[in-house]
Design a protein around this ligand. Sequence first.
Ligand SMILES: Cc1cc2nc3c(=O)[nH]c(=O)nc-3n(C[C@H](O)[C@H](O)[C@H](O)COP(=O)(O)O)c2cc1C
Length: 178
Amino acid sequence: MKVLILAGSPHVGGTTALLADEFESGAMDAGHKVVRFDTAKLDVHPCIGCYYCRSNDGKCVYKDDMVKIYPELLTADAVVLSTPLYYFGMTAQLKHTLDRFFAVNPKLRESSRKLYLLAAGNDTDDWAMDALKAHYYALCRYLHWEEGGMVLALGTNNRKDLENSEYRKMARSLGASL
Ligand SMILES: Cc1cc2nc3c(=O)[nH]c(=O)nc-3n(C[C@H](O)[C@H](O)[C@H](O)COP(=O)(O)O)c2cc1C
């Protein structure tokens, strides 16, 4: 299987990067191919809703780093969204990338993939990730993709918190279970 990880944190060595590392190791140990992008380090313009893509065969008006992501996205069997919780949702950097899926919506919806969610946040309230989870379920439903699973690391404000938690193992097992 080919796995595409879209990492959304500006901290490339941070909490969610470690969750993504674990997922990646689990997947690779199980024989899968993994491609990963740090969306916060890429030049990805926010969608401006111009609908150029709709009359230009799914081509976006912006020729930015999405040109590297599109081919990997379209050939991936599984997509992993990895993000710190920012104001109870994903980071803007990851959302920019996600919004740009719009250009290739028809292609994405016609072939099923699995979607995974890895997230970390400082809050410990059991409802803290509810909005993010609802978004994940809506994406699966809209795209006709299978819900692969999620690891939601509550109470992890930094990499150290995560290193000492069970969430690490959970991310690795999820990657291995693809
Ligand atoms: C702008 C901003 C917004 C945040 N919002 C939340 C939040 O709504 N809930 C929460 O639990 N943690 C919140 N956090 C904490 C981060 O989610 C947390 O520190 C996370 O572990 C960072 O992961 P990273 O190292 O992968 O970036 C916020 C942090 C920042 C900088």
